[in-house]
Design a protein around this ligand. Structure first.
Ligand code: FES
Length: 137
């Protein structure tokens, strides 16, 4: 039975055990992922995209048991690249499926574009003496 410990700064650690194949799937993230386990245990793990690998709010830093997680798929690696406080031990909670004992820490910050009002502007329009330059399509 895998034992999953969630570590949050300033809060007591929370440890959850579950039996493979017995966790009720609540429809968010991959079955038996950190997100699935957290939701079943009533632990709040942000998941702005609903667990579809389209945000990074479920970012976790694995402190122990990296070998007890599913292999990282390319789609997760690409999404993870945009996570705040990225480390070499980072995983997305909705994509990393738990195979054995693991300890995961919540990062200090996450990017939550939903709560922050939607998409961010990554660039500025070119401004000339005549005002903003029109982009030709
Ligand atoms: S919940 Fe959005 S990527 Fe995991």
């Amino acid at each position: 039975m895998p034992k999953v410990t969630f570590v949050q700064r300033g809060k007591p650690d929370q440890t959850v055990e579950f039996e493979h194949g017995k966790l009720p799937y609540l429809g968010h993230g991959l079955p038996e992922s950190f997100l699935d386990v957290a939701l079943n245990a009533g632990i709040q793990l942000e998941h702005a995209c609903g667990g579809s690998c389209a945000c990074t709010t479920c970012h976790l830093i694995i402190r122990q048991g990296m070998e007890n997680l599913s292999e990282m798929e390319e789609i997760e690696a690409d999404r993870l690249d945009t996570a705040w406080e990225l480390t070499t031990s980072s995983r997305l909670g909705c994509q990393a499926v738990i195979k054995g004992d693991v300890v995961a820490e919540f990062p200090m910050y996450t990017r939550n574009y939903v709560q922050e009002g939607g998409a961010i502007q990554l660039g500025q329009p070119e401004v000339t003496d005549e005002g903003p330059k029109e982009v030709q399509s």
